[in-house]
Design a protein around this ligand. Sequence first.
Ligand SMILES: [Cu+2]
Length: 492
Amino acid sequence: MTPSLPFKKLKDGAYYEVKMLQVKQKLHKYFPETTVWGYNGTYPGPTIETMKDRTVMVKWLNYLPKKHLLPVDRTLHGAVDTPEVRTVVHLHGARVSPESDGHPEAWFTKGFKETGPFFATEVYKYTNHQQAATLWYHDHALGITRLNVYSGLAGFYIIRDHLEPMLNLPSGEYEIPLLIQDRSFNKDGSLFYPAEPPQPVPGVFPSVVPIFFGNTILVNGKVWPYLNVEPRKYRFRILNGSNSRTYTLRLSNGQKFYQIGTDGGLLESPVELDALTIMPAERADIIIDFSDSKGEYIILTNDDTDENTRNVMQFRVVLPLKGEDTSTIPETLYPIERLNENMATKVRNLTLDAVPDRYGRPSFQLDGRTWHDPVAQMPELGSIEIWNFVNLIAFPHPIHVHLVQFQILDRRPFDVQHYRSTGEIKYTGDPIPPDPNERGWKDTVRVTPGQVTRIIAKFDGYTGDYVWHCHILEHEDHDMMRPFRVIKSYFS
Ligand SMILES: [Cu+2]
């Protein structure tokens, strides 16, 4: 499915060198070739697989041209007086040291000629001391993340363990990662990304757009692809790698499917679904059983009124069964230790809000601050904290916290107007527990409008500088990102 990576075996893991290259790629049989940016020259990048606790070292190398494929807005944070093409790789969902986390200001140019103020090392070290999970790597350079990811810089990173095979889930050729993204194209096959919003901004060109929706859907770098499958169970690791688009996925024959895992690993037990809502950067590990669908063409659909973006991909149940399907959907999957609210030493109320920037464009703020304001969240190493995301915007945002896997406690409606005038949270209803398919480890959470979304996390592993942000990339690039710092415990 994805090309294998040349690597050196280390005593306790592997060492890879991954080059970011500008290449031409055929994204649909009726499209001319498209110029994209790919890790090792492929979009999406090669899938990196490792066992838990085995170290993976990666030297991420920028071999990209000096000129960006897409229009760069020079007014955004980090893009004012820096090189036009900068890259830095974040392994999303990983518990990793700050030097290897891909801090947005740890960017580097071709040959590491220029580097950002947080740049610390050329070789990243992933120790993989965490639960088996579907992670993904993608670009995170300050102020141009939306453009770098849109150009193609994303790939899967799968951590496995020795327990999972005992669950007898569909595996091998029956386990397939699916990266779902939306893109638009120009007639010549090149990627289209708007140079300014529909209402031009006086004095700013190119200008960031408040949100971006492409008019075609790609899976693993192919526009509206099909997959021939056998009449049996398959495991699909679904990742929404889109800039802004949220999907609600269904199967066109009305068939149900089973979610077995979330961002950070397997759930306690499978959750039967007929629809799956997935926001940017979220992952859902699912099993689809095609055994009763022999000969059928089943479309993976998205709830949308537009026909183009209603279709995601097609499963054609046309392959003969190679052998008896002995895989299972076990009743129990993986024990999950619940973080205890009473153990939390800190509760933080963190607002999400939209405010006009100096050009009158809508920009975003977390905790009432912009990216360059000083660090305000400094959890102690090893401590448990509850973060209350207070969404004052009439729109859901996928909030991602680096370093940790957290648990969603609940969502509770509150009076937004009252909060705006008094700064007090007045709840207007009871707390709503997370959906059954959200009751696992998460690193990205749907922060719903008019509600306080509470998460609980243990800030463990490393001290240093990390970030938390909205994963709508157009928002992240326009100040919807904040630093946080894990500090040494007072008592150690
Ligand atoms: Cu957002």
